[in-house]
Each structure stands twice: as C-alpha cells, then as structure tokens.
Write a protein that binds this ligand. Sequence first.
Ligand SMILES: CN(C)C(=N)NCCC[C@H](N)C(=O)O
Length: 300
Amino acid sequence: MREALTAWTIWARTIHVRAQHHREERDLRTSPRASTPRRYLMCPPTYYRVTYSINPWMDPGKPVDLQLALAQWEELRDRYRALGHTVDELAPRPGLPDMVFAANGATVVDGRVLGARFAHPERWAEAAAHREWFRAHGYEAVREPEHINEGEGDFAVTATWLLAGRGFRSSPLSHPEAQEFFGRPVIGLDLVDPRYYHLDTALCVLDDAADEVMYYPGAFSAGSRAVLERLFPDALIATEEDAAALGLNAVSDGKHVLLPQAAVGLFEPLRARGYEPIGMDLGELLKGGGSVKCCTQELR
Ligand SMILES: CN(C)C(=N)NCCC[C@H](N)C(=O)O
C-alpha cells in the first residue's frame, strides 16, 4: 500500500514537473500558442425544449426558438471543423431535450469511457444513449458508473489531474470511482453557488499540456479556492460578470478558445496570454443552462 502510494506520488510529481517545464519553455519561446487537433462528440438540438427546470437558468415560461438554437449549434460545430477538429454526432432522441448538452454524457480519457449517471430523472436515459454510441464506435473500456456523475460537466482534465466538481450534481463518491478507472489523481472541488452547478460553468482548462486554467473563485468553497490557488497560481481569474455570462463554459484547443461572446471581459486577458478567443452566440442554449462547453464532449 505504502509502495503503491509512493509510486503514485512520484508519478503525479513527474507529470506536474513536466507540465511546469512545458509552461516555462513556452514562456521562453514567446512563440504563439499551438492548437492540437481534437475529436469532439456533439448532439444536435433536434428535440431541445425547456419544459422543466432543473437549474436556475431554466424557465419553462420562456419560449425557445428551435430554429435559432439549431443554427447556433451548427455554427459551433462548423467552427470546430473549420479549425481542423473532428466532430462526431450523436443521434438525438425524442423526449430527451437536454441531450444537446453532450458534455454531460461521459468522460473520455486515453480512450477509456466513464459513462454518466444523471442526478435528475429527466436526464437518466441520456446515459445509455452515450454508452451505446461508444460501444458501437469501437470503444472497449466503457464503464456504467456506480455513482452519480454528470460527465465533463463535473470532470475537467489537465496534464496532471482530473478536477472534479461536487455539491450540486455529481456525487463525491464518483471521485474515487473516476480515480480508480482512469488512474489519474482526482482533485475534489466544492461548488457552492447554484448558478454554477457544474464545474464547467466555473472553470475551464486552457492548456491541457501545461495545467493552465481559468476560473471564477466565487463558485467555490473557501477550501476549494485555496486548493485552486495552490495548484494554479498563474490561473486567469474571471470576474463575476463574465462568469454570469457563462464565459467559463468554454472550449480550448491549446490556442483557440471558443467561449460565449457575451463574456467580453475575458477576451483581452486571453489574448494577453497568447490565446485566440472566438466568441460564439449560443443564446438559445443558455436558456437550458448551458453553452459552448456543455455542447462539446472531448474524446481524448
Ligand atoms: C455547463 N453545464 C452546466 C453543462 N455542462 N451542462 C448543461 C446542462 C443543462 C441541463 N439543462 C441541466 O441542467 O442538466
């Protein structure tokens, strides 16, 4: 046990030091950021509606313009493709209006798939649709989880860690389950503001080779804020205003950062760090409580 722990600590340190070197090299080079090709899974909002409310953003009284939602979603998909990324599409299913938020359906790291188990019954059936897609596409390690986890809504992958949100949706018990499955150290983070009910509303990984993130401190408990400061002393800190525009619900390929266009305060700080921010209008999907990242599951 002791030996295993020592090996584990050495491994985590090695990765962390490597990420630090990567950061230092990049700073020395002062060369522009480089994007790496990504593979994403998205689900068109064919059956998207706001007929129930399971987060503070959802108001069934507010009509959704389905045509506009579809156009906004296609714009995001096409932008990824124009940037050279691959986008696979998951077939939407009637009766599952939140399926467009594909990031919540699983977490994929090193080709291993940890399926989701949703907190709310309205979304339960989405989990099986995701698992079926992975099995049909040749993924062999596909786990139906024991504990509630809402996929990449609450898991974020950096070079060294798997950051894991809890407090509103994913169970704290899903953290050791993910650690065991992926063999990566999990850092549990407590979310305390219901507007930021998933980790990906409050934190975004900007550079997954160098442990660089941006986050909104107000979404986290004092202890979790201290953990984030310790792990990410150079993080980009978002204002309350940009967080409230769901600006942290963003996707980075290491160079381009696609984020809600209303998060205007994030554009300059991102440029100053060498990133190329790309504002997207996903206003209709915001009515369901999600934006860029929620619509995008990364297949690592
Ligand atoms: C950025 N977020 C929060 C996501 N990753 N997912 C959006 C899920 C929205 C859905 N109506 C729900 O409340 O589950």
